[in-house]
Design a protein around this ligand. Structure first.
Ligand SMILES: C[S@@+](CC[C@H](N)C(=O)[O-])C[C@H]1O[C@@H](n2cnc3c(N)ncnc32)[C@H](O)[C@@H]1O
Length: 296
């Protein structure tokens, strides 16, 4: 298994808000390549790290065990959806934590793995699950969902104006006995339905891929559920930091932090990456960070 190629976004800002210190315990609900977790541990704190992706979890555990080769090792790992972080805390007999971090979406490692079906050119199965051992793959969804539901997903989560035409073509392919099997086939189908914009150079398949990934993993449901449970398990003055990459995610975070009597917003506007960080790590371009403090 190779090393993670993922570069953590807004790392300095995450540390500024969380202010990790010796004796404190943090949950990193989206461990990925472990960049944020490692930095929190370097400040002397402990981390309970969750990821739905067992491959990412194993690779990062191996990397971090090499990085921190003196006892006691500062990280506890759990293969879990972060929406079940409270169960993970119960299993570890931890009642309340000092801080909570989510860095949403997928990692560069997952995007680069052709077997996962996240990238346009992958010839492996169109899967898109963070945890391939549970739930329904994108290929299965597109082979079974009614046309109207496919269109609805692509419109709601991808804000794709051509969602109906895309859904029609997906269903036509399966009616012809040629259901989509790979991400490459899906990308080609979408490109045939969506005219290329001269103003916007992104691949026309981007919005559809993002929408389907969000639906396959119920990403918005996990986010809403975790944020609703958090006040119970975070100490007064404890800080929650969420980095999102999609306007619907950011809206959930903003609404929960603004409307709940448990939180004091620490970011009036979302924090974004500097030009310098974007030049170094283009993935940071659409990142939005919001932080809030648990009120007493
Ligand atoms: C953007 S990456 C995190 C990168 C990480 N912060 C780092 O510094 O390397 C997102 C990770 O979250 C995981 N993930 C996404 N949704 C999840 C969920 N609901 N529960 C647990 N892990 C999730 C993905 O599998 C992926 O590894």
């Amino acid at each position: 298994m190779s090393e993670s190629i993922h570069v953590p976004v807004l790392l300095r800002e995450v540390l500024e808000f969380l202010n990790p210190q010796a004796g404190k315990i943090y949950v990193d609900g989206t461990l990925g390549g472990g960049g944020h977790t490692e930095a929190i541990c370097r400040c002397g704190a402990k981390v309970i790290a969750l990821d739905r992706d067992v491959e990412a979890l194993n690779r990062t555990e191996r990397q971090l065990r090499t990085a921190f080769d003196t006892a006691p090792f500062p990280v506890r790992f759990a293969h879990a959806n972060y929406r079940y972080f409270a169960e993970a805390l119960d299993m570890l007999a931890v009642e309340k934590i000092d801080g909570f971090l989510l860095d949403l979406g997928l990692s560069s490692d997952q995007l680069a793995d052709p077997q996962r079906g996240f990238s346009f050119d992958s010839e492996g199965e169109l899967d898109m699950r963070f945890d391939p051992s549970e739930g329904t793959s994108c290929r299965e969804l597109l082979a079974t969902l009614p046309e109207a539901e496919i269109a609805d997903i692509i419109f709601r989560f991808g804000e794709e104006r051509h969602s109906r035409r895309i859904a029609r073509k997906i269903v036509e392919a399966r009616e012809d006995g040629l259901p989509l099997q790979t991400a490459q086939q899906l990308a080609e189908l979408v490109r045939r339905c969506v005219p290329k914009s001269r103003k916007n150079p992104i691949d026309p398949a981007t919005r559809t891929f993002q929408a389907l990934r969000i639906a396959v993993n119920d990403e918005l449901g996990s986010l809403q559920s975790a944020l609703e449970q958090l006040p119970e398990r975070i100490k007064p003055e404890g800080v929650a930091v969420v980095i999102s990459f999609h306007s619907l995610e950011d809206r959930i975070v903003k609404n929960v932090f603004r409307d709940s009597r448990y939180w004091e917003m620490m970011t009036s506007k979302p924090i974004t990456a500097s030009e310098e960080e974007i030049a170094r790590n283009p993935r940071a371009r659409s990142a939005k960070l919001r932080a809030a403090k648990r009120l007493n």
